[in-house]
Write a protein that binds this ligand. Structure first.
Ligand code: PLP
Length: 504
């Protein structure tokens, strides 16, 4: 077992080490590798004669490793993590050896059947409502990415809405009239998403905003058919007010609601977060990426739907060459009808290996550890109010901070205005506030860029309601308290340097 960092409450009890054993030799981001660096190092054509692996392998170390962004590096605190683990890698080797584009049950029955089993395991582990399990009308399917899951749900939602509208008009499916009218109605459909920049303190505004947008659509003759709500937005990990949104949508029962929990959905392994899933019984689909925070290598996006028929009726096309007695019997699942492409990889295997190798207990300790590291980072930032201000968090191991400018006028001379800053400050903002926001944005951006240009850690920034902010994520599989403390030290040193420059 790996000893827990002393300042943390929860030991990491997982029997398997997912951590690298020594400090990595490369920085998290490639250094001195400008665009186009690789082609001049390689031959211009493929070899005509076979090369031994002993000749191939050294090129990995010489040319590929230095040009990689190392997402597994403990100092990678950017975007959201893309974690992996030895059980997951091993499963991928098996999957590659078995390789099969298993679009139908018949193409490789174990591929389909394991997917159904492990996705039911995942749904239960995350505390999703029973309706999303395969034993009823629902079920899960592995997609490549959260964006793909959204595309699939939007297609299904659109077809469902059009079908319902046409039926209400008394038209018969398959007729010319049906198709013609479908084309006319399509142009009136609109998909909605909640405002990505909100923070959880603005829940009331979001709910009111959702109602307002729905009503405006009605007034303008538009038909809302789809809404994405978020469990963990990309910029701040904010969570929508699910119960309240479900309440508003009671009057709009045809709108398909999709919960995008791409990253933060992993935290639902912890019972203390599972109250969030209660309202999902009112929604149509939910998606989370095992490949972000749950030790499963890219790609493994788990999409669950309440009625699998909604997917299959929109996406199923059966040309004669794909017909077979098993599919025709209706007794098997053909996952090609739950996705946009035809072929699919054996991705359930790596989820199966991960769930079994760590156990739910192991995954809970792992996630809790990262959330606590986020709390630690947050407490360090709070200890330096002279340098930093917390914009949001800690939420799901993400803290979003800004640098506090020492003197408002300082940064006006220090850096050229970023044209985006102009957009932050609209005409209704009083001049002093505008200037303060401009100064804070400029100084935060300068610190952020300097930290990344030096390369010891890799972080990302974002703009939240006009405020330029730095995001620090403590959910890397190899992270430890010492790396989080060092990242904070780097931020302090850089902020002091930038702020001190203005005083000199
Ligand atoms: N949704 C949210 C909330 C995300 O944070 C992200 C990526 O970080 C995505 C969707 C997109 O994920 P994917 O790359 O799986 O499409």
């Amino acid at each position: 077992p790996i000893p827990a960092p002393p300042a943390l409450r929860t030991p990491l009890t997982s029997p398997q080490s997912h951590r690298i054993q020594r400090d990595p030799p490369h920085p998290p981001r490639p250094q001195r590798r400008p665009p186009g660096y690789l082609a001049p190092l390689l031959p211009t054509t493929a070899p005509h004669t076979p090369e031994p692996f002993s000749q191939i392998q050294p090129d990995i170390s010489a040319h590929i490793m230095p040009g990689l962004t190392h997402w597994q590096h403990p100092n990678f605190m950017a975007f959201f993590p893309a974690t992996t683990s030895y059980p997951s890698m091993l499963a991928e080797l098996y999957s590659a050896a078995f390789t099969a584009p298993a679009f139908n049950w018949l193409c490789s029955p174990a591929v389909t059947e394991l997917e159904t089993v492990v996705l039911d395991w995942v749904a239960q582990m995350l505390g999703l409502p029973e309706e999303f399990l395969s034993k009823g009308e629902g079920g899960g399917v592995i997609q490549g990415t959260a964006s793909e899951a959204i595309a699939v749900c939007m297609v299904a939602a659109r077809e469902r809405m059009l079908g319902r509208m046409l039926e209400r008009e008394g038209l018969k499916e398959g007729t010319e009239e049906w198709e013609e009218r479908k084309g006319e109605l399509r142009g009136r459909l609109v998909a909605l998403g909640s405002e990505q920049a909100h923070s959880s303190t603005q829940k009331g505004a979001i709910v009111a905003g959702t109602r307002e947008v729905l009503e405006r659509c009605k007034r303008e003759g538009k038909v809302p058919y789809y809404l994405t709500v978020s469990l963990g937005t990309t910029s701040t990990c904010a969570v929508d007010a699910f119960e309240e949104i479900a309440g508003v949508l009671k009057e709009w029962p045809d709108v398909w609601v999709h919960v995008d929990a791409a990253y933060a959905g992993a935290a639902l392994v912890l019972p203390e977060y599972q109250h969030l899933t209660k309202a999902f019984v009112h929604f149509d689909s939910f998606d989370m990426n095992m490949h972000k925070w749950l030790l499963t290598n890219f790609d493994a996006s788990c999409l669950f739907v309440r009625r699998r028929h909604d997917l299959t009726s929109a996406l199923s096309i059966t040309p004669s060459y794909l017909r077979n007695t098993f599919s025709d019997s209706g007794l098997v699942t053909d996952y090609r009808d739950w996705q946009i492409p035809l072929g699919r990889r054996f991705r359930a295997l790596k989820i199966w290996f991960v769930l079994r190798s760590y156990g739910i207990d192991g995954l809970q300790s792992y996630i809790r550890n990262h959330i606590e590291l986020g709390e630690l980072f947050h407490s360090l930032v709070k200890g330096r109010p002279d340098l930093f201000s917390v914009l949001t968090g800690p939420a799901f191991a993400l803290t979003v901070i800004t640098v506090v400018p020492k003197r408002p006028q300082q940064m006006r001379n220090a850096s050229k205005p970023d044209p985006r800053h102009e957009a932050f400050t609209n005409d209704f903002t009083p001049d002093a506030e505008k200037q303060a926001l401009f100064d804070a944005n400029a100084v935060t951006k300068e610190v952020y860029e300097l930290v990344n240009s030096r390369g010891e850690i890799f972080i990302t920034s974002g703009v939240v309601n006009g405020t330029y902010a730095i995001r620090i994520v403590s959910a890397n599989a190899n992270t430890e308290e010492k790396y989080i403390r060092r990242a904070f030290e780097i931020l302090v040193e850089t902020a002091e340097e930038v702020l001190g420059k203005g005083e000199a």
